[in-house]
Design a protein around this ligand. Structure first.
Ligand SMILES: C[S@@+](CC[C@H](N)C(=O)[O-])C[C@H]1O[C@@H](n2cnc3c(N)ncnc32)[C@H](O)[C@@H]1O
Length: 303
Protein backbone atom coordinates (compact mmCIF):
# COMPACT_ATOMS: atom_id res chain seq x y z
CA UNK A 1 0.00 0.00 0.00
CA UNK A 2 1.42 3.37 -1.09
CA UNK A 3 1.03 5.89 1.76
CA UNK A 4 2.37 9.44 1.46
CA UNK A 5 2.54 12.14 4.12
CA UNK A 6 1.86 15.69 2.95
CA UNK A 7 2.41 18.73 5.21
CA UNK A 8 2.14 18.70 8.96
CA UNK A 9 -0.44 16.96 11.13
CA UNK A 10 -1.55 19.36 13.91
CA UNK A 11 0.24 18.56 17.18
CA UNK A 12 -0.54 19.08 20.87
CA UNK A 13 1.39 22.38 20.62
CA UNK A 14 -1.03 23.51 17.89
CA UNK A 15 -3.93 22.40 20.08
CA UNK A 16 -2.70 24.76 22.84
CA UNK A 17 -2.93 27.69 20.38
CA UNK A 18 -6.56 26.82 19.54
CA UNK A 19 -7.33 26.44 23.23
CA UNK A 20 -6.34 30.07 23.81
CA UNK A 21 -9.38 30.88 21.59
CA UNK A 22 -11.48 28.37 23.62
CA UNK A 23 -11.74 25.93 20.75
CA UNK A 24 -10.67 22.31 20.10
CA UNK A 25 -11.37 21.50 16.44
CA UNK A 26 -12.63 17.95 15.91
CA UNK A 27 -9.65 17.22 13.64
CA UNK A 28 -7.64 16.76 16.86
CA UNK A 29 -9.94 13.85 17.78
CA UNK A 30 -9.58 11.61 14.71
CA UNK A 31 -5.98 10.30 14.78
CA UNK A 32 -5.05 7.13 16.70
CA UNK A 33 -7.82 5.90 19.09
CA UNK A 34 -10.21 8.43 17.46
CA UNK A 35 -10.19 6.27 14.30
CA UNK A 36 -11.67 3.34 16.23
CA UNK A 37 -14.10 5.59 18.08
CA UNK A 38 -15.32 6.84 14.71
CA UNK A 39 -15.81 3.26 13.53
CA UNK A 40 -17.89 2.53 16.64
CA UNK A 41 -20.05 5.57 15.97
CA UNK A 42 -20.41 4.82 12.24
CA UNK A 43 -21.52 1.26 13.06
CA UNK A 44 -24.23 2.46 15.45
CA UNK A 45 -27.66 2.34 13.80
CA UNK A 46 -28.70 5.33 15.93
CA UNK A 47 -26.19 7.49 14.00
CA UNK A 48 -28.98 8.97 11.89
CA UNK A 49 -26.84 11.69 10.34
CA UNK A 50 -24.67 9.00 8.72
CA UNK A 51 -27.71 7.09 7.44
CA UNK A 52 -29.16 10.28 5.94
CA UNK A 53 -25.90 11.02 4.16
CA UNK A 54 -25.71 7.49 2.75
CA UNK A 55 -29.25 7.85 1.35
CA UNK A 56 -28.19 10.93 -0.63
CA UNK A 57 -24.83 9.37 -1.57
CA UNK A 58 -26.36 6.17 -2.89
CA UNK A 59 -29.34 7.89 -4.51
CA UNK A 60 -27.31 10.43 -6.46
CA UNK A 61 -24.18 8.48 -7.52
CA UNK A 62 -25.73 7.07 -10.73
CA UNK A 63 -26.67 10.62 -11.81
CA UNK A 64 -23.21 11.89 -10.92
CA UNK A 65 -21.74 9.15 -13.07
CA UNK A 66 -23.95 10.17 -16.00
CA UNK A 67 -23.00 13.84 -15.70
CA UNK A 68 -19.25 13.27 -15.54
CA UNK A 69 -19.27 10.84 -18.48
CA UNK A 70 -17.38 7.70 -19.36
CA UNK A 71 -13.76 8.91 -19.65
CA UNK A 72 -11.40 7.69 -16.89
CA UNK A 73 -11.51 9.74 -13.70
CA UNK A 74 -9.52 9.48 -10.45
CA UNK A 75 -11.62 9.32 -7.29
CA UNK A 76 -10.16 11.59 -4.58
CA UNK A 77 -12.02 10.60 -1.44
CA UNK A 78 -11.57 13.14 1.36
CA UNK A 79 -11.84 11.65 4.85
CA UNK A 80 -13.10 8.14 4.06
CA UNK A 81 -13.55 7.43 7.80
CA UNK A 82 -13.99 3.67 8.10
CA UNK A 83 -14.85 3.34 4.39
CA UNK A 84 -18.58 2.77 4.78
CA UNK A 85 -19.08 4.53 1.42
CA UNK A 86 -16.60 2.29 -0.41
CA UNK A 87 -18.94 -0.58 -1.46
CA UNK A 88 -21.53 1.88 -2.86
CA UNK A 89 -18.81 3.89 -4.57
CA UNK A 90 -17.14 0.93 -6.27
CA UNK A 91 -20.40 -0.73 -7.20
CA UNK A 92 -21.29 2.43 -9.18
CA UNK A 93 -17.88 3.59 -10.39
CA UNK A 94 -15.53 1.15 -12.06
CA UNK A 95 -12.06 2.66 -12.25
CA UNK A 96 -11.04 2.65 -15.90
CA UNK A 97 -7.64 2.75 -17.59
CA UNK A 98 -5.01 4.39 -15.39
CA UNK A 99 -7.61 5.96 -13.04
CA UNK A 100 -6.70 5.83 -9.34
CA UNK A 101 -8.69 5.66 -6.10
CA UNK A 102 -7.14 8.12 -3.64
CA UNK A 103 -7.97 8.21 0.05
CA UNK A 104 -6.91 11.32 2.00
CA UNK A 105 -7.21 11.50 5.77
CA UNK A 106 -5.69 13.27 8.75
CA UNK A 107 -5.79 9.93 10.59
CA UNK A 108 -3.66 6.94 9.68
CA UNK A 109 -6.02 4.77 11.75
CA UNK A 110 -8.96 5.76 9.51
CA UNK A 111 -6.99 4.71 6.43
CA UNK A 112 -6.06 1.45 8.08
CA UNK A 113 -9.71 0.79 9.02
CA UNK A 114 -10.98 1.70 5.53
CA UNK A 115 -8.62 -0.80 3.89
CA UNK A 116 -9.13 -3.53 6.51
CA UNK A 117 -12.92 -3.34 6.41
CA UNK A 118 -13.14 -3.18 2.60
CA UNK A 119 -10.28 -5.46 1.67
CA UNK A 120 -12.03 -7.16 -1.23
CA UNK A 121 -12.58 -3.81 -3.01
CA UNK A 122 -8.95 -2.78 -2.70
CA UNK A 123 -7.30 -6.04 -3.69
CA UNK A 124 -6.83 -5.22 -7.38
CA UNK A 125 -7.30 -1.50 -8.03
CA UNK A 126 -4.84 1.37 -8.52
CA UNK A 127 -4.78 3.15 -5.19
CA UNK A 128 -2.91 5.93 -3.43
CA UNK A 129 -3.21 7.03 0.19
CA UNK A 130 -2.28 10.36 1.71
CA UNK A 131 -2.07 11.44 5.34
CA UNK A 132 -2.69 15.18 5.32
CA UNK A 133 -4.65 17.98 6.96
CA UNK A 134 -6.84 19.22 4.12
CA UNK A 135 -7.89 22.31 6.09
CA UNK A 136 -4.31 23.58 5.85
CA UNK A 137 -3.52 25.60 2.73
CA UNK A 138 -1.95 23.89 -0.31
CA UNK A 139 -1.90 20.24 0.94
CA UNK A 140 -4.91 19.28 -1.16
CA UNK A 141 -3.58 21.13 -4.18
CA UNK A 142 -0.33 19.12 -3.98
CA UNK A 143 -2.26 15.87 -3.63
CA UNK A 144 -4.62 16.54 -6.55
CA UNK A 145 -1.65 17.30 -8.81
CA UNK A 146 0.27 14.26 -7.59
CA UNK A 147 -2.65 11.90 -8.31
CA UNK A 148 -2.72 12.99 -11.95
CA UNK A 149 1.00 12.20 -12.45
CA UNK A 150 0.39 8.47 -12.82
CA UNK A 151 -3.41 8.47 -12.86
CA UNK A 152 -6.08 9.78 -15.22
CA UNK A 153 -6.08 13.42 -16.31
CA UNK A 154 -9.11 14.44 -14.28
CA UNK A 155 -10.29 14.08 -10.67
CA UNK A 156 -13.66 13.58 -9.02
CA UNK A 157 -13.19 14.88 -5.47
CA UNK A 158 -15.62 13.44 -2.91
CA UNK A 159 -16.42 15.55 0.16
CA UNK A 160 -19.21 13.51 1.63
CA UNK A 161 -20.68 13.65 5.12
CA UNK A 162 -18.27 16.46 5.93
CA UNK A 163 -20.41 19.22 7.49
CA UNK A 164 -17.57 19.98 9.91
CA UNK A 165 -15.03 20.55 7.13
CA UNK A 166 -17.55 22.71 5.27
CA UNK A 167 -18.06 24.90 8.34
CA UNK A 168 -14.46 26.02 7.84
CA UNK A 169 -14.37 28.53 4.93
CA UNK A 170 -10.74 27.52 4.24
CA UNK A 171 -11.96 24.10 3.02
CA UNK A 172 -13.81 25.49 -0.01
CA UNK A 173 -10.86 27.76 -0.82
CA UNK A 174 -8.53 24.76 -0.71
CA UNK A 175 -10.89 22.75 -2.92
CA UNK A 176 -11.11 25.54 -5.46
CA UNK A 177 -7.31 25.85 -5.60
CA UNK A 178 -6.99 22.07 -6.06
CA UNK A 179 -9.25 21.85 -9.09
CA UNK A 180 -8.69 22.38 -12.79
CA UNK A 181 -11.44 22.98 -15.37
CA UNK A 182 -11.87 19.25 -16.10
CA UNK A 183 -12.30 18.24 -12.42
CA UNK A 184 -15.49 17.69 -10.43
CA UNK A 185 -16.41 18.06 -6.77
CA UNK A 186 -19.15 15.88 -5.25
CA UNK A 187 -20.63 16.95 -1.92
CA UNK A 188 -23.24 15.32 0.26
CA UNK A 189 -24.26 17.25 3.35
CA UNK A 190 -27.13 17.32 5.80
CA UNK A 191 -29.08 20.56 5.40
CA UNK A 192 -31.24 22.64 7.69
CA UNK A 193 -34.92 21.90 8.19
CA UNK A 194 -36.47 24.32 10.64
CA UNK A 195 -38.98 21.71 11.80
CA UNK A 196 -36.30 19.10 12.46
CA UNK A 197 -33.59 20.99 14.30
CA UNK A 198 -34.15 18.90 17.43
CA UNK A 199 -33.62 15.75 15.38
CA UNK A 200 -30.53 17.27 13.71
CA UNK A 201 -28.97 18.22 17.06
CA UNK A 202 -29.79 14.92 18.78
CA UNK A 203 -27.17 12.99 16.75
CA UNK A 204 -24.48 15.10 18.42
CA UNK A 205 -25.60 13.99 21.89
CA UNK A 206 -25.02 10.28 21.21
CA UNK A 207 -22.56 8.76 23.73
CA UNK A 208 -20.30 7.68 20.82
CA UNK A 209 -20.08 11.29 19.55
CA UNK A 210 -19.21 12.53 23.04
CA UNK A 211 -16.62 9.79 23.36
CA UNK A 212 -15.01 10.91 20.07
CA UNK A 213 -15.05 14.59 21.08
CA UNK A 214 -13.54 13.58 24.42
CA UNK A 215 -10.31 12.54 22.66
CA UNK A 216 -9.57 16.21 21.90
CA UNK A 217 -10.56 17.31 25.40
CA UNK A 218 -8.26 14.68 26.93
CA UNK A 219 -5.41 15.72 24.64
CA UNK A 220 -5.89 19.23 26.06
CA UNK A 221 -5.79 17.88 29.64
CA UNK A 222 -9.54 17.94 30.44
CA UNK A 223 -11.58 15.19 32.07
CA UNK A 224 -14.80 14.94 30.01
CA UNK A 225 -16.75 13.63 33.03
CA UNK A 226 -15.82 16.79 34.95
CA UNK A 227 -17.97 19.16 32.94
CA UNK A 228 -21.08 19.47 30.77
CA UNK A 229 -21.71 19.21 27.03
CA UNK A 230 -24.18 21.48 25.27
CA UNK A 231 -25.45 21.24 21.67
CA UNK A 232 -27.23 24.11 19.90
CA UNK A 233 -28.45 24.96 16.41
CA UNK A 234 -27.01 28.38 15.52
CA UNK A 235 -29.64 29.74 13.09
CA UNK A 236 -27.58 32.77 12.07
CA UNK A 237 -24.60 30.66 11.03
CA UNK A 238 -26.71 27.69 9.89
CA UNK A 239 -24.70 25.20 11.87
CA UNK A 240 -24.75 22.85 14.81
CA UNK A 241 -22.35 23.79 17.61
CA UNK A 242 -21.20 21.56 20.46
CA UNK A 243 -19.61 23.05 23.56
CA UNK A 244 -17.97 21.62 26.65
CA UNK A 245 -18.07 23.56 29.93
CA UNK A 246 -15.32 22.49 32.34
CA UNK A 247 -15.97 23.22 36.02
CA UNK A 248 -14.88 26.80 36.86
CA UNK A 249 -13.80 27.63 33.31
CA UNK A 250 -15.25 29.22 30.22
CA UNK A 251 -16.91 26.98 27.64
CA UNK A 252 -14.85 25.37 24.87
CA UNK A 253 -16.16 25.02 21.32
CA UNK A 254 -15.64 21.35 20.33
CA UNK A 255 -17.50 21.00 17.03
CA UNK A 256 -19.21 23.12 14.39
CA UNK A 257 -21.05 21.47 11.50
CA UNK A 258 -22.54 23.40 8.58
CA UNK A 259 -26.25 22.65 7.92
CA UNK A 260 -27.15 24.86 4.97
CA UNK A 261 -30.47 26.03 3.57
CA UNK A 262 -30.72 25.59 -0.18
CA UNK A 263 -30.44 29.28 -1.15
CA UNK A 264 -27.50 29.92 1.18
CA UNK A 265 -25.71 26.80 -0.02
CA UNK A 266 -26.09 27.77 -3.68
CA UNK A 267 -24.86 31.27 -2.85
CA UNK A 268 -21.86 29.89 -0.95
CA UNK A 269 -20.84 27.53 -3.77
CA UNK A 270 -21.27 30.14 -6.49
CA UNK A 271 -19.55 32.80 -4.38
CA UNK A 272 -16.62 30.41 -3.93
CA UNK A 273 -16.21 30.11 -7.71
CA UNK A 274 -18.09 26.87 -8.38
CA UNK A 275 -20.65 26.11 -11.05
CA UNK A 276 -23.38 23.65 -10.01
CA UNK A 277 -23.81 20.77 -12.45
CA UNK A 278 -26.28 18.72 -10.42
CA UNK A 279 -28.14 19.37 -7.17
CA UNK A 280 -30.78 17.36 -5.36
CA UNK A 281 -32.26 17.86 -1.92
CA UNK A 282 -33.48 14.61 -0.35
CA UNK A 283 -36.31 16.14 1.60
CA UNK A 284 -37.18 13.25 3.89
CA UNK A 285 -33.60 13.08 5.16
CA UNK A 286 -32.96 16.82 4.59
CA UNK A 287 -29.65 16.09 2.86
CA UNK A 288 -28.10 17.60 -0.28
CA UNK A 289 -26.15 15.92 -3.05
CA UNK A 290 -24.29 18.41 -5.23
CA UNK A 291 -21.87 18.12 -8.11
CA UNK A 292 -19.75 21.16 -9.01
CA UNK A 293 -17.08 22.23 -11.42
CA UNK A 294 -14.98 25.34 -11.35
CA UNK A 295 -16.91 28.21 -12.90
CA UNK A 296 -15.74 28.90 -16.43
CA UNK A 297 -13.93 32.19 -16.65
CA UNK A 298 -14.26 34.14 -19.86
CA UNK A 299 -11.02 34.78 -21.71
CA UNK A 300 -11.14 38.45 -20.76
CA UNK A 301 -11.15 37.76 -16.99
CA UNK A 302 -8.39 35.17 -17.34
CA UNK A 303 -6.04 37.82 -18.80
C1 LIG B 1 -17.31 12.83 9.70
S1 LIG B 1 -16.10 11.66 9.18
C2 LIG B 1 -16.78 11.22 7.58
C3 LIG B 1 -16.28 9.90 7.07
C4 LIG B 1 -17.01 9.30 5.87
N1 LIG B 1 -17.13 10.23 4.78
C5 LIG B 1 -18.34 8.77 6.31
O1 LIG B 1 -19.37 9.31 5.94
O2 LIG B 1 -18.37 7.80 7.07
C6 LIG B 1 -14.75 12.70 8.84
C7 LIG B 1 -13.54 12.06 8.17
O3 LIG B 1 -12.68 13.11 7.67
C8 LIG B 1 -11.39 13.03 8.27
N2 LIG B 1 -10.95 14.42 8.53
C9 LIG B 1 -11.52 15.30 9.39
N3 LIG B 1 -10.85 16.47 9.36
C10 LIG B 1 -9.85 16.33 8.46
C11 LIG B 1 -8.82 17.19 7.99
N4 LIG B 1 -8.70 18.44 8.46
N5 LIG B 1 -7.97 16.71 7.06
C12 LIG B 1 -8.10 15.45 6.57
N6 LIG B 1 -9.04 14.58 6.99
C13 LIG B 1 -9.91 15.01 7.92
C14 LIG B 1 -11.60 12.23 9.54
O4 LIG B 1 -10.41 11.61 9.98
C15 LIG B 1 -12.66 11.23 9.10
O5 LIG B 1 -12.12 10.15 8.41
Amino acid sequence: MKLKRIGKIPSNEDLKKYLQQRSIPIKFCYPKEGGNKWHKLRSNNKYDLGARELTAFKGSLPDIKTVIGAQPVNLVHLGPGDGIEIPILFETFMLKGNAVYTGVDISEQMIYNTVRLNNSYFSDINQLWYIADIEAESNLELICKDVKKDGAGRNLILLTNQGVLLSNPQTLENLYDSMQDQDYLFITIEGDDKDKRGEICSTYDLPEVRSLISVGLQRAGYKPDKGRFRTIFNKEKSRVEVYFKPANEQEISCLTSYKPKEDDFIRLLKGSGFEIQFMRFYEKVHTFAVLCKKEKQDVQSKL
